[in-house]
Design a binder for this molecule. Structure first.
Ligand code: GLN
Length: 460
């Protein structure tokens, strides 16, 4: 697979023009049988490509991301293009402005080639909840690519683009990256602006990126990160020093019952490799981790129910156009939302309702703090935490019928989301078998450290 550097060199040497490159990728996307793209932004892509070609013709220097074909999860706004968030309710919704991250990418000269498929409002672990059909995993088309950013992960794995943006609320970048055998990074909460990201659960949502290798993933992150006055949770990350002697923590809770044998074996092999290369491995204890999924499935739907209240058939999006106001609300939301979205709105409304709020929502917030403190304690002893990304490799399309078994796909990714920590999924390529994801979790705002150690892994 080509890296950004390869493309950059070829463009500068005029082995091909940016327009030719982009045309080739657009053709591949148009022929895709994976259902990974919901929309192709060819006009925008070719306009941007021409700008890059003009610059090269004028012998101007081009940046590292300039001319690189990138795909965008369809829950981020790209001005003047439809943004569905994978939902019927936003079928005809045209983005009135560019999300912060889109503006950053455009300014850097990256080529936006299209919008990728996702679970409705980013809720799911397989893209089977998309109103526009399931995405197929390019490694085995009978399997899911993971979710909710399944379209982005599949597109990178299939070489339909060189990188893609995704969003991660409880695992939606890392889990599909693991299933498709690519790199997926979820930044620290606050590292990347959510302005122009369609909200799911605001205290958890983060935009991040996919690519084929750590360096390219890092280049995209370096462009999209940073303080934005439109998102008050954002800040500029400070430079950090990587310690000379790295201690890697391995939490025993991540290897308990439910982990697939192959996953366990491959992760243990990787731990051994780190050891053989002289890195210290330390077993750590994260006792509150076992509550992470339960806590996530209270806090997340609570925030979902509040965020999705805006889709009422009045201001924008699908409307049942009923003359009676209450009827209009009810019909719009019943017809516009899919089953999983409705389930979460109902669950979220319940945990926030009078009489139940303290027993569920408030309690979950307290346990969330304990989960955070677990990590803080652990990072006093170790520099980075190594875990599997998912308990199993990619499962079959249609295999998981009950919601709970689907929710279990996030068991290893939800804790870092609740604690706001940076985490990356790195592919372990298994011969003649499905890829497996290795997760590295770092201390808050030490996103660079996560990348530094991920680069070491790539060279092991
Ligand atoms: N799969 C998880 C869920 O369904 C995570 C979603 C996400 O990170 N956007 O909520």
């Amino acid at each position: 697979m080509k890296t950004f550097k390869d493309i950059h060199k070829s463009l500068m040497k005029k082995e091909f023009t940016c327009t030719q490159l982009v045309q080739e990728y657009l053709n591949k996307v148009k022929k895709s049988k994976l259902n990974d793209f919901l929309l192709i932004t060819d006009k925008l892509a070719l306009e941007q490509a021409k700008k890059v070609d003009d610059k090269i013709a004028r012998k101007q220097k081009i940046g590292e991301l300039e001319g690189i074909p990138i795909a965008i999860k369809d829950n981020m706004l790209v001005k003047d293009f439809i943004c569905t968030a994978g939902s019927k309710i936003l079928e005809n919704y045209v983005s009135p402005y560019d999300a912060f991250v889109i503006k950053k990418l455009k300014d850097a000269g990256a080529i936006i080639i299209g919008k990728t498929n996702l679970d409705e409002f980013a809720m799911g672990s397989s893209t089977e909840n998309s109103a526009y059909g399931v995405v197929k995993n390019p490694i085995d088309v009978s399997r899911v690519p993971g979710g909710s950013s399944g379209g982005s992960a599949a597109a990178v794995a299939a070489d339909h683009c060189l990188a893609a943006l995704g969003s991660d609320t409880g695992g939606s970048i890392r889990q599909p990256a693991a299933f498709c055998g690519v790199v997926g990074f979820k930044p620290s909460y606050g590292a990347v602006s959510r302005y122009g990201l369609i909200a799911m659960a605001s205290s958890l949502d983060q935009i991040g990126c996919f690519a084929n290798n750590v360096q390219d993933t890092r280049l995209v992150f370096n462009i999209i990160k940073g303080k934005d006055k439109m998102d008050s949770t954002t800040l500029d990350l400070k430079e950090i020093k990587t310690p000379k002697k790295i201690i890697i923590g391995v939490p025993k809770q991540y290897f308990a019952d439910g982990i697939n044998f192959n996953v366990k074996e491959e992760i243990e092999k990787t731990i051994k490799k780190f050891k053989d290369f002289g890195y210290e491995i330390k077993e750590i204890d994260l006792p509150y981790t076992e509550y992470a999924l339960a806590v996530y499935y209270i806090i997340m739907p609570a925030e979902v129910s509040a965020n999705l209240a805006r889709y009422d058939g009045i201001k924008y999006g699908f409307s049942a156009k009923n003359k009676n106001l209450l009827e209009n609300y009810l019909k719009t939301r019943a017809k516009g939302f899919g089953d999983e979205t409705r389930r979460r709105i109902i669950l979220g409304t319940y945990v926030l309702s009078a009489g139940y709020r303290d027993a569920y929502y408030a309690k979950a917030q307290k346990v969330r703090n304990l989960i955070k403190q677990d990590f803080e304690k652990a990072f006093k002893e170790v520099d980075i935490i190594l875990t599997p990304t998912t308990p199993t490799p990619a499962f079959k399309i249609g295999e998981k019928q009950d919601p709970l078994s689907m929710y279990l796909a996030d068991i290893y990714t939800a804790p870092a989301s609740l604690a706001g920590l940076p985490a990356i999924s790195l592919p372990i390529k298994v011969k003649n078998d499905l890829p497996i994801g290795l997760q590295l979790i770092g201390p808050q705002f030490k996103d660079d450290l996560v990348f530094n150690i991920a680069e070491i892994y790539e060279q092991l």
